[in-house]
Design a protein around this ligand. Structure first.
Ligand code: COA
Length: 210
C-alpha cells in the first residue's frame, strides 16, 4: 500500500533493491540535514548505520518516497527499540566492522568517514529508562526537491499510525541539536524535547505519545 502525494511523489514500501537509493538519500542529508558528500570518503557508511538496517529488520515500517527523478526520501519506524538494537548489535554491525579499517579512538586523528568507521565498530544504542514510555523510534530524510510539500507530515503520520496499530504507545527521535528546521517539523507533529541527564548531549531527543 502506498500514498500518493501528487506531483509525481509517492510513498511506497522500501525494498532490498532500494538500498543504494537509501544510502544516497542518507548521504545527501547526513550533515544535520545538509549534504554530507564532501565530508565523507565512503559514501555508503551513513546509510548503513541509519537507513539500511531499518529496511532489513523492520520492513513493514520502512518506506521510500519516489519522485519524478527516482528515490528522494525515506521514512523508517521501529516499534520495539530494544528489539531492533539487539539485532543490530548481534547481526548487523559486526560483519560490517570486520571489513572496515579501525580508525582508533583518537578523534583528533579522524578524517573523512573515520567517525562512521568508529561508530560501526563501537555502536551507541541509547535506550535508558527515561525513554521506555516511548518505545518506538524512527528516522525521516527527504532530498531538497521533496521538501515543503507536506510529504514529511503525511508520511510520518502514516508511519506513526502503523506503529500505534502495532501496539507502540510512544515514540522517540534523535535529531542534531543544530538541525532547528527538523526540530520545528517534529514539534508540528506533536513531539517535544526530552531533557534528562542520562541522555547524551551530542544529540537532541524528541518524544510523543502515539
Ligand atoms: C525535516 C523534513 C523531514 C520535513 O519534511 P517536509 O516534507 O519538508 O515537511 P512538511 O512540508 O510536511 O511540513 C510539515 C510542517 O512542518 C513545518 N516545517 C517543515 N520543515 C520546516 C523547517 N525546516 N522549519 C520550520 N518548519 C518546518 C512546515 O511548515 C509544516 O507546518 P504546518 O503543518 O503547520 O504547515 C525535511 O525537510 C527533511 O528531510 N529535511 C532534511 C533532512 C532532515 O533534517 N531530516 C531530519 C533528521 S533528524
Amino acid at each position: 500500500m502506498g500514498l500518493d502525494f501528487g506531483g509525481g511523489y509517492r510513498l511506497r514500501a522500501a525494498l532490498a533493491e532500494d538500498h543504494a537509493g537509501l544510502n544516497m538519500v542518507c548521504l545527501r542529508t547526513g550533515d544535520s540535514g545538509k549534504d554530507a558528500t564532501e565530508r565523507e570518503d565512503d559514501p555508503d557508511l551513513l546509510g548503513l548505520i541509519y537507513a539500511v538496517p531499518y529496511q532489513v529488520y523492520e520492513p513493514d515500517f520502512a518506506f521510500v518516497v519516489d519522485g519524478p527523478n527516482g528515490v528522494c526520501g525515506y521514512i523508517f519506524g521501529a516499534p520495539d527499540t530494544p528489539g531492533i538494537y539487539a539485532k543490530m548489535a548481534a547481526d548487523w554491525f559486526p560483519p560490517l566492522a570486520a571489513r572496515l579499517a579501525d580508525p582508533g579512538p583518537d578523534e583528533s586523528r579522524w578524517q573523512g568517514s573515520d567517525w562512521a568507521r568508529y561508530a560501526i565498530r563501537h555502536p551507541e544504542f541509547v535506550y535508558p529508562d527515561v525513554l521506555h514510555r516511548y518505545p518506538a523510534h524512527g528516522h525521516i530524510d527527504l532530498l531538497e526537491e521533496a521538501r515543503g510539500r507536506g510529504i514529511g507530515r503525511r508520511g510520518m503520520e502514516h508511519v506513526m499510525a502503523k506503529l500505534r496499530r502495532a501496539g507502540a504507545t510512544g515514540m522517540h527521535l534523535q535529531v542534531s541539536p543544530v538541525n532547528r528546521g527538523a526540530q520545528s517539523f517534529y514539534r508540528k507533529l506533536g513531539f517535544e524535547v526530552l531533557k534528562d541527564e542520562v541522555l547524551p548531549r551530542h544529540t537532541t531527543f524528541m518524544v510523543t505519545g502515539l
